[in-house]
Write a protein that binds this ligand. Structure first.
Ligand code: MN
Length: 335
């Protein structure tokens, strides 16, 4: 009996080997090394209590669900489909990990890269003006939240803010991008030393900002394929079409043509709106427009067949054909 239990445990462990368990990242320095800019007690509570709580709550929320095998990026990217618990704690874990990464005692800091320095000069005039703008953003964020420096899908730098533990990777954010620098403006980040003086905390924080680390994140973000996903996600006509396509095609795969029969006009309308919509600049190519025209024709044909009360087999073939073209469209978005 004992060996059977052991075997069952082994099997369970093997089956869950892809399961994600998040861990609190270690800081590169001890809590007192951030003083006098951030006191040791604030660092300790912020890291070992607040961040640890986000990690624990995230692990608890995803345990035993499909989310266990998804990446942290996926949990955040589709935040609008998640519960508030997952949204807040996935964001909390990611945001704080980024925050710690970019903080270092003065003696341990490395310099800004020529690439990031140039990008900042081109867009903000100088590093000091960027700091002023980020401070203004961080000051004006009402209540708890974050201010961000991010790389947008067109590979530019941009400043934004978000409430709670949201961030620009999430589909709930209006301005999307990959954050490379985050400023935590929750009171738990500064209250012990600075009380209500958020501006003083922000000034002090610049002394701990390791521009070498921000530069590494900039270099990684510029090359990250996530930028393309963010850009596609900001093309509403594509999202709209995708939804109707998924809700009609997937049932058809298992022999249920009813959703397609009731929604073929909607599918056609969405395909027309998609064809006349303006794609994000970097995706705007002739091949893409050709594929969108073929997609519209395929949807027109499907609607015609539905109106003629065509047989299931004919409709299954027609929607599979349209789905293939849609994949082509999505593929063209990746080039
Ligand atoms: Mn915090």
């Amino acid at each position: 009996m004992k060996s059977l239990t052991a075997l069952l445990i082994l099997i369970t462990v093997a089956f869950n080997s892809n399961a994600q368990v998040y861990k609190l990242p270690e800081l590169g320095y001890s809590y007192q090394d951030y003083a006098p800019y951030i006191d040791a007690k604030t660092m300790e509570i912020h890291h070992s209590k607040h961040h640890q709580a986000y990690v624990n709550n995230l692990n608890k929320a995803i345990a035993g669900t499909a989310m266990e095998t998804q990446s942290l990026m996926d949990l955040m990217f589709y935040a609008s489909f998640r519960s508030d618990v997952v949204r807040n704690n996935a964001g909390g874990h990611f945001n704080h990990t980024l925050f710690w990464d970019n903080l270092a005692p003065v003696v341990a800091q490395s310099e800004i890269s020529p690439e990031l320095s140039l990008a900042i000069t081109e867009q903000f005039g100088a590093l000091d003006s960027l700091k002023v703008k980020l401070n203004q953003a961080a000051i004006s964020r009402f209540g708890s939240g974050w201010a961000w420096l991010m790389v947008t899908p067109d590979k530019k730098l941009a400043i934004s803010t978000s409430a709670n533990q949201d961030n620009p990777i999430m589909d709930v954010s209006k301005e999307r991008g990959i954050p490379i620098l985050g400023i935590d403006v929750w009171e738990h980040a500064y209250y012990l030393s600075y009380q209500n003086k958020r501006a003083d905390y922000l000034t002090a924080l610049w002394s701990l900002t390791n521009w070498g680390s921000v530069s590494a994140k900039y270099a990684a973000a510029i090359k990250d394929s996530l930028l393309i996903e963010l850009e596609k996600d900001s093309w509403p006509a594509l999202k709209d079409f995708h939804k109707v396509m998924a809700q009609t095609f997937h049932p058809s795969e298992s022999g249920n043509l009813q959703p397609l029969r009731t929604r073929s006009t909607e599918l056609l309308t969405k395909s027309m709106l998609l064809r006349i919509s303006i794609p994000p600049k970097s995706l705007d190519k002739k091949e893409l427009h050709d594929a969108l025209s073929r997609l519209e024709k395929a949807c027109y044909y499907i609607n015609e067949q539905v109106n003629k009360n065509a047989k299931d087999a004919a409709l299954t073939k027609a929607i599979a054909g349209a789905h293939d073209i849609f994949h082509e469209v999505q593929g063209l978005c990746h080039d």
